[in-house]
Design a protein around this ligand. Structure first.
Ligand code: COS
Length: 378
């Protein structure tokens, strides 16, 4: 990766890998099994400055570029996807505030998000508007110097745990997506927690429905002008999808390494199974796909850092490719390990379950294909 990564990126990878292997890997299976939010890992990431890693220094963070964030996300996911999700979501939810918040809003909310004292949540999805983000129904009605928010958001990672929320609401329904505005909403008793989801994977993440009932927000908490919320959401996702790609890449890398180690040790027909062509060629395909995904993820991140105008297409490609690779590589890793791979004694079945959502969240891979094809035809 020498032509994209610099020596400092490699040093960062070594540092995060050693932290992840020493302190996070031993917790991964238990986090999955218990389905409880891992506050110990949250505190560990906070103590390492990782929850504010992408937040500008003037607001208490490290101001890291996206490529560095991707390396961190990848290395955490290589051992524990749940732990990488804590890192990914804190950045995702802070980003609308960073790019569209007033100076006052940034100073008020970002330092506590950066320190990890407060978890953040990105509240876009609703029961009837997932892929069609422009169909947002949650209303924010202007009343003097405030807005009053009413509606429900669903599948919100950190829902009920977060104390800072980036919320996308309709302020002018007649204007369609041009009537959507974004708001920064703190910890408010007018937000209640609905259904807490029981999930296939990422079982240590709390994903919940949030109900806003007459939630009064000062007008200065609006992120950008009225009607700019949809574009703020899209810009945020453009910047975050490579990081989801990196997370998927890390899951795939972890599964590949487990499969290779197994294929070296496990013997059948008198020799290590990796030397049987059926298995060896699978490993070769898996490794090649992982490397292809890695190139696309790093390229998208480097383009984001360079401020490239055509980021959307690369961002979508990186997330789509890496998550499809994560799904196929983890599935193949289970196959290489046979019956052992299917059992919970080994990490690959967990990785396979965790990989699935990377094809779905931050825009399904069908949405990514839509973004890519529209950009091609424009
Ligand atoms: N950056 C800046 N502006 C963007 C943009 C981007 N990446 N993508 C779209 N826009 C702008 C367009 O330029 C257009 O503006 P104008 O009308 O002024 O030209 C406007 O936003 C509407 O764009 P578009 O017509 O493409 O909107 P669609 O309703 O067709 O929706 C998709 C586009 C499907 C791509 C969008 O709704 C989407 O990403 N959905 C998935 C949402 C998602 O990822 N949810 C997961 C939440 S996190 S788990």
């Amino acid at each position: 990766m020498g032509f994209i990564l610099k020596p400092e990126h490699e040093a960062l990878r070594r540092e995060i890998r050693s932290l992840a292997e020493e302190k996070i890997a031993p917790r991964a299976a238990e986090i999955d099994r218990s389905g409880e939010y891992p506050w110990d890992i949250q505190r560990l990431l906070a103590s390492q400055g990782l929850l504010g890693y992408a937040i500008p220094e003037e607001y208490g963070g490290s101001g890291a570029d996206l490529l560095s964030c991707c390396i961190v996300g990848e290395e955490l996911a290589r051992v524990c996807a749940n732990s990488s999700l804590i890192f990914v979501v804190q950045k995702l939810a802070a980003y609308p505030i960073i790019i569209a918040g007033s100076e006052e809003t940034k100073r008020k909310y970002l330092p506590e998000v950066a320190s990890g004292e407060k978890l953040a949540a990105f509240c876009l999805t609703e029961r009837d508007s997932g892929s069609d983000a422009g169909a947002t129904k949650t209303m924010a009605r202007r009343e003097g110097d405030t807005y009053v928010i009413n509606g429900q958001k669903c599948f919100i990672t950190n829902g009920g745990l977060a104390k800072v929320h980036s919320v996308f609401c309709m302020t002018d329904p007649e204007k369609g997506y041009r009537g959507i505005s974004a708001f920064c909403v703190g910890d408010d008793p007018a937000i209640s927690v609905g259904k807490i989801e029981d999930k296939m994977g990422m079982r240590g993440a709390q994903v919940a429905e949030l109900i806003f009932e007459n939630c009064v927000v000062p007008a200065e908490n609006r992120l950008g002008e009225e009607g700019t919320g949809f574009v703020t959401a899209m810009k945020t996702l453009d910047n975050s999808r490579p990081l989801v790609g990196a997370q998927a890449l890390g899951i795939a890398q972890g599964a590949l390494e487990a499969a290779v180690a197994w294929a070296r040790e496990r013997k059948a027909f008198g020799k290590p199974i990796g030397t049987l062509q059926g298995v060896g060629f699978m490993l070769a395909d898996m490794a090649t796909e992982v490397e292809a995904a890695r190139l696309l993820v790093y390229e998208a991140a480097a383009l984001a850092d360079a401020g490239a105008p055509n980021l959307s297409i690369y961002s979508a490609m990186s997330k789509m490719k890496a998550s499809d690779v994560a799904m196929s590589v983890t599935t193949d890793a289970v196959q290489v390990m046979g019956g052992y791979g299917y059992m919970r004694d080994h990490p690959v079945e967990r990785m396979m379950r965790d990989a699935k959502v990377t094809q779905i969240y931050e825009g399904t891979n069908q949405v990514q294909r839509l973004v890519i094809s529209r950009a091609l035809l424009r």
